[in-house]
Design a protein around this ligand. Structure first.
Ligand SMILES: [Zn+2]
Length: 482
């Protein structure tokens, strides 16, 4: 549950109100850095690797960013994991929604908790303090304990969530608010009430009370301002007469809008992430919601709103969040570059002289489409497997169809140690069928004196690597070839 209602604070004319899918599909990918703050109390352990650390850890943070990508990639909105920090601050770690009149939601009952409004105001007062707000990122604050709410939008670039909600729909909901989505129930029962009608040819007269007019259309200027989400009342627990079936996720109530028109609420509305039918909520958002977010993002970037500072280039998705690439010398544990989960990766065999990966913009290397050295599903849960195999380039399926999407960043390093191999000597000095094969074990094939110790002649040297790849080099060993 998220207590703070928002206003439709887009600049005039920034939102078209369109629900046209082709308009939505025309938007190019946009990527935002995401930094997560794990809030713990003043005297709590700070080391997230300590078993007594009272918060979630890196795995959950990675999972939360993956779920954001699962939710928003269909709108070509992407999130780049930009690390996490631990912040020891009891006033932020323990927050309570004391606007809720229930006695269990009062500061009197929980004197060591901070009102969520005070916590929000404090974070917003620290916008230039990098120990509280990460610049050039969207900031996610994960509360140690949150009473009577699950999270909220804090600013144009920050949201909060509880520990459970960060890897569930709650974080998607708050990110929706950050991107200017309102609750689908917005305004219901008030003078801002959205009517059921979807007949745009019969608009309401904004100068007259709705109760004094026959059924009319105002979905574009009331409620959540989005026409393809139905007029919806609150659908939380005990909301008679507005019940829904928690099995079929269909509306079963008999409620009416403020013109006494029976609600027409569909499964798509019940499962919408900006609704409050929590038993049925999914990460679903409509085309109209997607267009509103994209038009807001466009406006924010054009006008250098704070959101624009968190944008990064698409190439950031091709950079590992941890580990480094092997170049030469001994292999070390850190030579495992890891990529964020949430995307469907294919690592395709590529060719070229790249001891380190080629830059994102370098498309001069070749690759073999059918030769996939590693496939990663967007729901892969063993994050240690999401690495970049030698001799491959990275392909991200979620970027399909919008930009010139192709494998990027060919990594083809020949400095590593082969597991075994062979030398093939061609006795006639040309490559033909008159040859002798000598199998070589790992010591022999990696021997730096291998070529020096060969008799003169024409050879093919084949090396097999532990990752299943192979290299072939044809050499002529002659006089002076030391
Ligand atoms: Zn909300």
């Amino acid at each position: 549950m998220c207590p703070v209602e928002d206003v439709n604070d887009l600049p005039p004319n920034a939102y078209s109100g369109s629900t046209d899918e082709t308009l939505l599909e025309a938007y190019e990918p946009v990527v935002f850095n995401v930094h997560t703050w794990l809030l713990v109390e003043d005297n709590d352990i700070t080391d997230p690797n300590n078993p007594n650390f009272p918060q979630v850890g890196q795995n959950e943070v990675l999972e939360s960013v993956a779920r954001l990508n699962h939710s928003f990639n269909k709108f070509n909105i992407f999130f780049k994991y930009n690390g996490f920090s631990v912040l020891n601050d009891t006033t932020l770690a323990l927050q309570i929604n004391d606007d809720n009149p229930h006695p269990a939601c009062s500061i009197a009952a929980y004197p060591n908790f901070t009102s969520y409004i005070d916590a929000r105001n404090y974070i917003n007062s620290q916008s230039n303090n990098p120990n509280v707000v990460k610049p050039n990122s969207l900031n996610i604050y994960v509360m140690k304990e949150a009473r009577c709410f699950g999270g909220m939008k804090i600013s144009a670039t920050a949201v909060s969530t509880n520990q459970v909600g960060m890897t569930q729909n709650n974080l998607t909901h708050e990110m929706g608010h950050l991107l200017r989505l309102l609750h689908t129930r917005q305004g219901s029962g008030s003078s801002a009430c959205e009517t059921v009608s979807r007949d745009a040819n019969n608009p309401c007269d904004p100068t007259l009370p709705l109760q004094n007019q026959p059924p009319c259309f105002n979905a574009d200027i009331k409620g959540d301002y989005i026409v393809d989400t139905a007029a919806t009342p609150s659908l939380g627990a005990n909301q008679f007469p507005n019940e829904y079936n928690t099995g079929s996720c269909e509306y079963t109530g008999e409620g009416e809008d403020c013109q006494d028109t029976p609600y027409q609420i569909f499964n798509e509305d019940i499962i919408n992430v900006m609704g409050n039918a929590y038993a049925c909520a999914t990460n679903h958002m409509t085309t109209g919601q997607g267009i509103k977010m994209r038009e807001y993002i466009e406006t924010a970037i054009t006008n250098s709103f704070p959101l624009a500072d968190a944008e990064v280039d698409v190439s950031a998705l091709y950079e590992p969040y941890s580990g480094s690439y092997y170049n030469s010398g001994p292999y070390l544990p850190e030579h495992t570059p890891l990529f964020q989960p949430g995307f469907t990766y294919s690592f395709l065999r590529c060719y070229g002289d790249y001891d380190q990966p080629s830059p994102y913009g370098d498309t001069s290397f070749s690759y073999t489409n059918g030769n996939i050295l590693l496939s990663i599903d967007k729901y892969e849960s063993d994050y240690s497997t999401i690495t970049h195999p030698n001799r491959s380039a990275i392909y991200i399926a979620q970027l399909d169809g919008y930009v010139v999407n192709r494998p990027r960043c060919c990594y083809n390093n020949n400095n590593g140690f082969a597991s075994d191999g062979r030398t093939v000597k061609f006795h006639d000095g040309v490559v033909n069928n008159n040859y002798t094969i000598t199998e070589r074990d790992s010591t022999a094939i990696n021997d730096p004196h291998l070529i020096n110790n060969l008799e003169n002649g024409l050879y093919k040297i084949e090396k097999e690597y532990p990752d299943g790849t192979q290299t072939q080099t044809v050499i002529y060993k002659g006089e002076g070839n030391e």
